[in-house]
Write a protein that binds this ligand. Structure first.
Ligand code: SF4
Length: 194
């Protein structure tokens, strides 16, 4: 003989879901969406300071080049990538493309664009400045333009970015930039000796 209680519950699945789902009473969906982008938007508002801080940080990383060289860039890649992913993930929602463009894009990560555009917005930006694909999300490129206006070298946003080299995904931009700067410094030294 069927259990009358089970039959009753199955006949009203919607009622059952509504009674068990957790619905925060004081937080509206739009307020939650804004919270989600709070840090990202803070970074854009403070792009000038973050750019200044990054330049100091990059100088320090370059000073440590002999240490990275002694240990081996290959060996430090993993721990540095771990730190970079978490720090930039928190601040910029970094997607670890390995070719950071933040200094040219007002501290707004272009990889947050669902179309992954690296050279400006598509034609679908909403009237409120949000993304056409994700209506709750501020367009990464509208934010990039705002952030770039605060930065001393903000016109770098006008430089054409190369297509993303997918083979560099999940690698450390910090280390690559450091290795490139160290190589350029060595080359300049050699040239001046000749
Ligand atoms: S541009 Fe690339 S490395 Fe820079 S924050 Fe965005 S995903 Fe990360």
């Amino acid at each position: 003989m069927p259990n009358p209680r089970v039959v009753t519950d199955n006949a009203h699945p919607a009622k059952k879901t509504a009674s068990t789902a957790f619905v925060p009473t004081s937080v509206s969906p739009s307020r939650r969406a804004r919270y989600k982008y709070t840090v990202r938007l803070w970074a854009v508002r403070n792009s000038r300071f973050l750019d200044w801080f990054y330049n100091r940080f990059a100088d320090m990383f370059l000073l440590l080049h002999p240490l990275w060289n002694a240990i081996g860039y290959g060996r430090v890649e993993r721990p540095v990538t771990f730190v970079e992913r978490h720090v930039k993930g928190f601040l910029f929602d970094c997607r670890m493309c390995g070719q950071c463009a933040l200094s040219s894009t007002g501290m707004s990560c272009p990889m947050n664009c669902p179309k992954q555009l690296r050279n400006g917005p598509c034609g679908g930006v909403r009237a409120n400045g949000n993304c056409e694909v994700e209506p709750d999300m501020p367009c990464a490129w509208v934010q990039a333009w705002k952030g770039s206006r605060n930065m001393t070298k903000g016109d770098a946003i006008l430089n054409v970015q190369k297509p993303v080299n997918q083979s560099l995904r999940e690698t450390s931009s910090w280390l690559r930039v450091t290795a490139e700067a160290a190589a350029a410094r060595e080359a300049a030294k050699k040239e001046s000796r000749q």
